[in-house]
Design a protein around this ligand. Structure first.
Ligand SMILES: [Zn+2]
Ligand SMILES: [Zn+2]
Length: 267
């Protein structure tokens, strides 16, 4: 039994496929009890005349996203929650706060996909790794997710070690950075997403990896589950492995969200 998949995208973002009812059909077929749609928030941090094609829905699409999901939720054979994956980009907090406050979400997931403008998880920007110092990239990435958590805007922190996606690994021991991040997350009161998309990318590992997840567990951080599906056939993908992983580490429950309130389901 899979209690929840809290990270489904929709075609509105421009790089996902399939209709919402198709995502829900797959979820029901795979015995998933609850899903949360979590599409990319419009690119609030760019000037109005700039965009990144195929990255996120337009701001004008946000009300449609919400009503599409609400309509489907009424007839769905499972619980459907309304979430959003919001990029954190320092210096644009006011804009972010405004856009988040203008809609009612069940949960808000914070994510870092940019290090000073570099889309480090975007295959089109992969060449940049060759000219960057990997230790520095990791330090910058973890500093950003800590800063994101401390804004208080987010219920969940998405794919906490996304920076490993293309399997560039630093020479230095990451343990102190993991410890620091867990302490900050705990103070910020966020939940951690155990995201299986990494299994589908070169790193071939769940985000967070076992070592980081152990540190999160030790610090008492709650976890939720997300497949990060960008097509219906990926709904729930890897979640049995994710549940196995978190159980092995000691977790006995996962978090779900309604109206920004956390609840726990046994696994
Ligand atoms: Zn996406
Ligand atoms: Zn993401």
């Amino acid at each position: 039994m899979i209690p929840v998949d809290n990270h489904l995208h929709t075609r509105l973002c421009g790089h996902a496929a399939g209709e919402i009812d198709e995502y829900l059909d797959v979820a029901a077929r795979r015995g998933i009890k609850e899903v949360g749609f979590c599409d990319h928030l419009p690119l609030y941090f760019l000037p109005p005349d700039k965009t990144i094609p195929g990255y996120a829905m337009d701001e004008s699409d946000l009300p449609d996203y919400i009503s599409m999901i609400k309509n489907q939720a009424l007839q769905a054979p499972l619980e459907v929650k309304m979430g959003i994956e919001a990029d954190f980009v320092p210096g644009h907090e006011d804009k972010l706060e405004n856009i988040l406050a203008s809609h009612r979400f069940d949960f808000i997931t914070g994510a870092v996909h940019f290090i000073d403008g570099w889309g480090f998880d975007n295959p089109a920007e992969l060449a940049e790794y060759a000219v960057r110092d990997i230790d520095t990239v990791y330090r910058q990435y973890f500093a950003l997710i800590q800063q994101a958590a401390l804004t208080g805007f987010f219920d969940i922190m998405a794919h906490p070690d996304l920076v490993k996606k293309f399997n560039f690994r630093p020479a230095r021991d990451l343990r102190p950075l993991y410890e620091e991040t867990a302490r900050v997350f705990k103070n910020a009161g966020v939940c951690v997403e155990v995201n299986t998309a990494g299994l589908r990318y070169p790193v071939k590992e769940i985000y967070p990896g076992p070592e980081l997840l152990e540190v999160f567990f030790k610090h008492g951080l709650p976890v939720t589950l997300g497949s990060d599906a960008h097509r219906p056939e990926d709904v729930g993908a890897g979640l049995p492995e994710a549940i196995e992983l978190i159980k092995n580490i000691g977790y006995r429950e996962v978090a779900t969200f309604s109206g920004r309130q956390i609840r726990f389901v046994n696994i």
